[in-house]
Design a protein. Sequence first.
Length: 586
Amino acid sequence: MFIFPILSLIGGLILFLYGMDLMGDSLKSLAGGKLESVLARMTSKRWRGFLLGLVVTAIIQSSSATTVMLVGFVNSGIMKLGQTISVIMGANIGTTVTAWLLSTADIKGTAILIRLFKPESFTPILAAIGFLMTATAKDDNRKNTGTILIGFAILMFGMDAMSGAMEGLRDNETFKSILTMFSNPIMGILVGLIFTAIIQSSSASVGILQALSISCVIPYSTAIPVILGQNIGTTVTPIISSISGNTDSKRVAMCCLYIKMIGVVVVVGVFYLLDWALNFAFMDAAAGALGIAFVHTLFNIVSTVILIPFSSLIEKLAVATIKGKKEEEEEADVFAALDDRFLKMPSFAVAKCRGLVCEMAVISAVSLEKATLLMKNFDPEIFKEVEELETKIDKYEDKTSTYLLKVASQQMSTKDSKVVTELLHCIGDIERISDHALNIAETAQEIHTKKISFSEQATKDIAVISAAVEEILDLAVKALAEDDLSAAFRVEPLEQVIDRLKRKIKNGHISRLRQGDCTMELGFILSDLLTNYERISDHCSNIAVCFIEIANDTFETHEYLNQLKSGEQTEFSELYETYKQKYYIA
């Protein structure tokens, strides 16, 4: 019956698509964000963009994934529209690698060497190797490599299942009549377009066509227009991805569409005109899996050769189609890099979050510096700046923490998972540092408003502890931004010195209070000020300790601090003495 081969075909299709998805995800995980970073650093040189688009897409085996990356890069301001066009053209050729891999299923022959290259011979071996690698994997790279092999084996088994399902339809007259309908170029293009738009992968839809060609006689007159339609259908993915983006990201999607559509129109016009004049004999011949891979590749090479000299015109066409504000008039958004498109590229998303957290830390250091200046000479304008910086950091905390939680829900490497944990710990500490900086600024405002002042000795003491706190914050920021372990190790000794300074300054105030050189009101203000300085140093300690523990692959924070304070760490003792001499109060 007709229904059973169709059910088998659907089962094979599901295996095929699952295997392709599994293999693609594992390839991206194995790359660890390096491919995305390379694309993000793209220069304006056309040939480099073309080669990188080709290589990256050949590795991840999905032009749709590459173009979605480009949409995200342009949306977040990492790349310009003009830089993406040559990358798109390279991606169009790179995606054809999959079709050549799948064409091995059509290898014919009985010799042992030939049979070894047939999928039914090598895919069980790949699946077994992949299973052993994932079962015994101790690191992410080995596990991802094993998953790639399993994904490829599932893909090939799915393709074999589809081919076997179609064996029964080889001589079915109804099925033959359906295939004949697709010989009409317009009908074939529409079918290829719609099917690829539904599954959102030209590599998958071309692979399915290859599977059908192995069991059924599909002439080139049917295969060629379907392949052309499949190439247009793959542009649906970047179009959907760009809907929520800015003007330029929508233009990237339009460039993808125009490159494919213009290529198809030119090739169809020239090819079918020549066919009408010369009556190509091969049009009625059966198109095997190898032939389909060849046509798919040839179309993309020819259309690229034709269109790459007109890259700037394609850009202008996309700009004319999608109207919007001029680039210089569009408001820059520092959080545009936190794009949901990048969630499918966890390593890249984590790198972007780390960059924002480092920016956040630098802003907090600036805020503390300005607050310290206010203690020396109050200025309402600087006070307003400190308030604005605190509000800005609150926004950083909200946006970045929310995005990091989304990233944490993705499948990622152990290294990336550690970085996410580190960043989530650090964000809260950085935000609290800015709060304490604002508190210090408010203390300065209170002193200015009440027209009171500290004694000469108290002023000198405050200058010493504020300098120490500025240095400890600089060390914490350096450790975080530059992956500097030596800076991180210097934080805790200085934190202990700051605690000591707080105690000595308080004792000095009590002594002056007894002598009548200071007042109770100034005592409360001084106490609040010292508490804020101490809390900032505590948060810097949290950041540094978290960084050290992540580097040492553990989170035994209390144990680490106890070891430091026990006096067993010679380096800690030496640094403590150095800082004690540097920030000395008589």
